[in-house]
Design a binder for this molecule. Sequence first.
Ligand code: PXL
Length: 305
Amino acid sequence: MRGQADDTQDITELVITNYTLSTLAKGAIKGQTIRMATPIALAIAGSEASGGAGAQTDLKTFHELGVFGCTALTCIVSFDPNNNWGHRFVPVDPQVIADQIEAAASVHSHIDAVKIGMLGTPATIEVVSQALDTYKFPQVVLDPVLICKGQEPGAALDVDNALRAQVLPKASIVTPNLFETQVLSGRDEITSVEQLKDAAKAIYDQGVPVVVAKAGTLLGTGTALDVYYDGEQLEVLEVPAVGSERVSGAGCTLAAAITAQVAKGVAPLQAVRDAKQVVLSAIENRMHGNAPFSYVYQGGASATL
Ligand code: PXL
């Protein structure tokens, strides 16, 4: 009976593959077989050559969750094996960033959600902020990576201020880690769940509709703990901690998985719950190489051939 033209047919009998709520609403013509558009997510993020973090991680996460991924690279990070694995950081020319966003937004008929990762310089923040105004993407998930190892410490404050002023107000969801939560909320210290909740509310008060303040394992709860706040719901989300060592790319994976889920039309709280499971799996399947840190792998659970 699937897809037969018949005006008694219920919409639930239609063949529906991947969909977003908006395309479902536009395409749902009673009695027709319809193939819904694949959700598309754009990562505006840095390249991290080893593949454990940044745009490479974002793409793998989108793919794992059935979302078509595209990227606009903001910087090139190369870990330095001869200098304590510091980050060699090269910003991409702002015009080239604008060109990439234009290309992605023009090639695709729709972009359902954008993930913003490492921006790194005030000039990059400026051009990304302009692009958000131009393209008005329906969902913007901001992972507010403030600074990376190897950048000038003096540059940190400029990046922090520019991000807060120009990109934070355009985000639909923001996912700061404990340090970033402290900086964005202006709190001196966050050592308890109550303080984390208070800081999440302070960031929400700056105009971000959904705040996911991540403590990870740092509050000593024995879990990976995040606070979710959307102005109404205040939830403490916990999954079992897998060890206590920091795994590179976990934050990128969380924000990318949230992006993929909201691109499909999943509501924010559920998207964050789903994303925590994705991160848990990526950490359980983490890789160990020659560097003194491990790094997430999103494909470990799904490889079958
Ligand atoms: O995990 C934060 C991060 C984000 N983006 C890029 C990175 C890193 C950390 O190394 O290199 C490009």
